[in-house]
Every structure is written in C-alpha cells, then in structure tokens.
Design a protein around this ligand. Structure first.
Ligand code: PNS
Length: 165
C-alpha cells in the first residue's frame, strides 16, 4: 500500500491542484491532500477551515476521489509524513520558476527524514500559468475565474472578496 501526501496552502484550490490530485490518485493507493501552513505565506486569504472545505467540495467534481483523504497540519511536513507512514510527497511543477523553491524543499525534507522522497508531477499544459494568487487577483477585480477554480467554490471566493473590499 503506497501512500502519497500532497501538501499545499490551497488558498484557494484551483483546477491545477485538482488535476494533480486526480493524477496522483491513479498512481498511489492513497493520497492525503494536506492543507498546510507555509511560513512564507503567513496571512492566507481564506481560513484553514475554508480551505479544507473548498478542497473537499472540489473533490466532489472528481470521478476518482475514493482514495483521496483531506487533512491539515501546521508543523513540519516530515513529522506528519512519519506519523502517517507515508511513502512520497507529491508536488506539482508548473514552470521553471517553481523549480528552485520546490527543489530546495525536496532536499530539505529528504535531509530532515531520509525516507521523505518527493515526486514532481508536471502541471497540465493548461494549468502552467495558473496560481491561487492569480485567481484571487482576477476575482478581486471582478474577473471571471470559472475556468480556473471548481464551480462549487466560486461564489464563496467572490463573496469573501466582496466583503473584504
Ligand atoms: O502551496 P504552497 O504554499 O507552495 O505549499 C508549501 C508548503 C505548505 C507545502 C510548505 O511550506 C511546507 O511544507 N510547509 C510545512 C513546513 C515545513 O515542513 N517546512 C520545511 C520544508 S520546506
């Protein structure tokens, strides 16, 4: 039984994330989507509870989500990895600009715990430009984000941006 952990801020989840989840679910027996704390992004726009709820709702759009679990963690990724006796960490790579930071994180995690292997899945070509920050920016200016985020969370995104204006 091979378990993969797919960690991220998911602030909010996009179709790019959902694509990685779907593909990882075909490659591993179990995938844990781990809504995590990124110290480099201390002020997430959406609360932890909202981000978890959005991931759960978005997974409802997938046909193959039976082996995907959603959890959260606000410590070191490797501690969670050990606790769940996972086999790999999954990361999506969009462009070369992602590479340096992702490579560094993979090396750090491996150094902290030798069993923590990271596997990178190349983003689908349509998602290479897509990021949660772009989605928030487009939505904040009233743009249409329906091509980028699961339709079950669009209203939540736009209404929260509306309240914060
Ligand atoms: O979606 P993000 O913000 O790029 O995800 C980054 C994340 C949350 C996976 C990363 O910041 C992380 O692993 N945070 C947990 C803290 C940790 O283990 N840090 C050491 C490895 S760099």
């Amino acid at each position: 039984m091979k378990t993969a952990i797919y960690p991220g801020s998911f602030d909010p989840i996009t179709y790019g994330h959902l694509d990685i989840m779907s593909r990882a679910a075909k490659l591993f027996d179990k995938v844990i989507v781990l809504v995590s704390y990124n110290p480099a992004k201390p002020n997430c726009f959406f609360s932890l509870e909202e981000r978890i709820e959005f991931v759960k709702r978005a997974l409802g759009e997938l046909k193959n989500s039976e082996n995907i679990e959603v959890d959260s963690h606000d410590g070191l990724l490797v501690d969670y990895f050990k606790k769940r006796e996972a086999d790999v960490i999954i990361k999506g790579l969009r462009a070369m600009s992602d590479f340096e930071a992702e490579f560094q994180m993979a090396l750090v995690n491996k150094d902290l715990f030798y069993k923590a292997e990271t596997i990178f899945l190349a983003a689908d070509v349509t998602g290479t430009f897509l990021s949660s920050s772009m989605v928030k920016q487009i939505a904040a200016f009233g743009g249409d984000v329906s091509a980028f985020v699961p339709h079950t969370i669009i209203t939540d995104i736009t209404s929260k941006l509306e309240i914060k204006k």
